[in-house]
Write a protein that binds this ligand. Structure first.
Ligand SMILES: [Mg+2]
Length: 219
């Protein structure tokens, strides 16, 4: 089912292989409640999306664009939480609570479409890797959660120094895999960060939902 030239399948993590459980807005709502802050879940969801987009725009406008490190990733999430809770004095405590919560395997659950494709990649004898806009918390998570633990390589933006969609991110990953661009396929859920950016880098790139549905239809 995979293109003949492909040697490695590189999976995006969040939204592709796993998702937060409870959902992000619910997790924020619960964390806020632990610190005495009441906020409507739907409002949290709206503010989260706009704060997340604002942080992406900051990275896009930076020179160089989409460079990152562990400090930048921690600052991203601190600022998102502050924006969601409109700068409430408790927002820093809520941020630390959430930062630690999402570091726990119990905060995540596998996504069937991604699991299906990861299993197919393994069965085909291909190298399975993760490539995520994430920080150092992903390394222990990736050892603890299936199907992340199936990956032989874990590539994390904060450690690589670049976030998707930067071309540099893809160059570093293919270099560490010892492969050329046409030998790599990225599977992800984000049309821009995974699929469009992957294709610009010369990789094969599949949307996880479409690819999973197509392969099941074929089976
Ligand atoms: Mg994703």
């Amino acid at each position: 089912m995979f293109p003949a030239a492909v040697r490695a399948i590189v999976f995006d993590v969040v939204g592709t292989l796993v998702e937060p459980h409870p959902a992000v807005a619910d997790a924020y709502h619960r964390a806020a409640g632990r610190h005495g802050v009441a906020c409507d879940v739907a409002e949290i969801g709206r503010r989260f999306r706009s704060a997340w987009i604002r942080q992406e725009a900051i990275d896009a406008a930076a020179t160089p664009a989409f460079a990152t490190d562990q400090d930048r990733e921690r600052r991203r999430w601190r600022e998102i939480v502050a924006e969601v809770f409109a700068g409430a004095p408790e927002s820093d405590a809520i941020f630390i609570d959430l930062w630690e919560s999402f570091a726990r395997p119990a905060a995540w659950r596998p996504l069937p479409a991604g699991v299906h494709l990861a299993r197919a990649a393994r069965d085909a004898g291909l190298t399975v890797a993760l490539a995520s806009n994430f920080d150092g918390r992903l390394f222990p998570l990736a050892r603890a959660i299936e199907p992340l633990s199936w990956a032989e390589h874990v590539f994390v933006s904060a450690e690589i120094g670049w976030r998707k969609p930067a071309a540099e991110f893809f160059r570093v990953v293919e270099g560490r895999l010892g492969l050329t661009a046409p030998e790599v396929l990225i599977v992800g859920d984000d049309p821009e960060l995974d699929v469009a950016a992957g294709r610009r880098a010369g990789w094969h790139a599949w949307d996880v939902a479409t690819a999973s549905a197509t392969s099941r239809g074929r089976a």
